[in-house]
Design a protein around this ligand. Structure first.
Ligand SMILES: [Zn+2]
Length: 237
């Protein structure tokens, strides 16, 4: 019987890790010939999970329907990572397969929301089509609470939706911290720091301790600061 499982959540929630665990398990049962792991060429990062495992996906153009269809036709177990980057027609190929009697077993991992908090690409449709959905949460990089972060936060001004990066550009935040950082006390605190330093904050990096961050300014200087949900920030000694 055909099945579609969608693994989703923000960055750093372990989606690829989960996908690879299932992929490795299927391979370990002796199936090798008709199992494939696919990722779109949009994702130019190295094939290493956030916890350090390397893997070897087949890279397919995000709009290369022909190549995608050929791979689908040849395999019975299909694992797709970073699915948010694939185009509409590729979604239609997946839908046709799931709703046919081909009996393919498909696992998809991808971001449910982009860093603006908007449903990402074909993911909402895949979630609607899925037989099973696994929603994973990340640990919040601001308040440090485990398993509460549902959103990916971009630390720089984005020039394109499909910005590719890791902890250099993104962090995972719970909604409460995201609200504070974007519009609440956090934003006010950053503004105060900018006025004090006399330079625009260009990067906010969570540091070694949860709830602490390094704010980098346009003039090249930086400050390590503490920040809490009351919006009260303080310099760290
Ligand atoms: Zn938080």
């Amino acid at each position: 019987m055909a099945s579609l499982t969608v693994i989703t959540g923000p960055m750093f929630s372990g989606k690829t890790r989960k996908l690879l665990n299932i992929y490795n398990h299927i391979l370990a049962t002796g199936r090798k010939r008709d199992v494939v792991l696919i990722k779109p060429d949009t994702d130019t990062r190295e094939n290493v999970t956030h916890d350090g495992e390397t893997y070897n996906p087949v890279v397919v153009g995000s709009g290369d329907n022909k190549a995608f269809k050929e791979i689908m036709d040849k395999n019975g177990f299909i694992f797709i990572d970073e699915a948010q980057f694939f185009g509409r027609e590729i979604y239609e190929i997946i839908r046709a397969s799931v709703q046919s009697d081909e009996g393919k077993v498909i696992y998809v991992a991808g971001l449910d929301l982009d860093s603006d908090g908007v449903p990402y690409g074909i993911m909402p449709d895949l979630l609607a089509l899925a037989d099973e959905v696994l929603k994973l949460n990340a640990n919040c990089d601001a308040c440090g609470k485990d398993g509460v972060a549902r959103s990916t936060y971009c630390k720089v001004d984005k020039t394109q939706r499909d910005l590719i990066g890791g902890t250099d550009l993104f962090m995972a935040l719970c909604w409460e911290c995201r609200h504070e950082l974007r519009g609440g006390g956090g934003a006010k605190f950053i503004k105060e720091l900018e006025e004090r330093v006399g330079s625009k904050a260009v990067n906010i990096v969570p540091t070694m301790d949860k709830g602490c961050m390094k704010v980098e300014f346009e003039d090249g200087s930086s400050l390590n600061v503490g920040w809490d949900l009351s919006g009260e920030g303080s310099d760290l000694k």
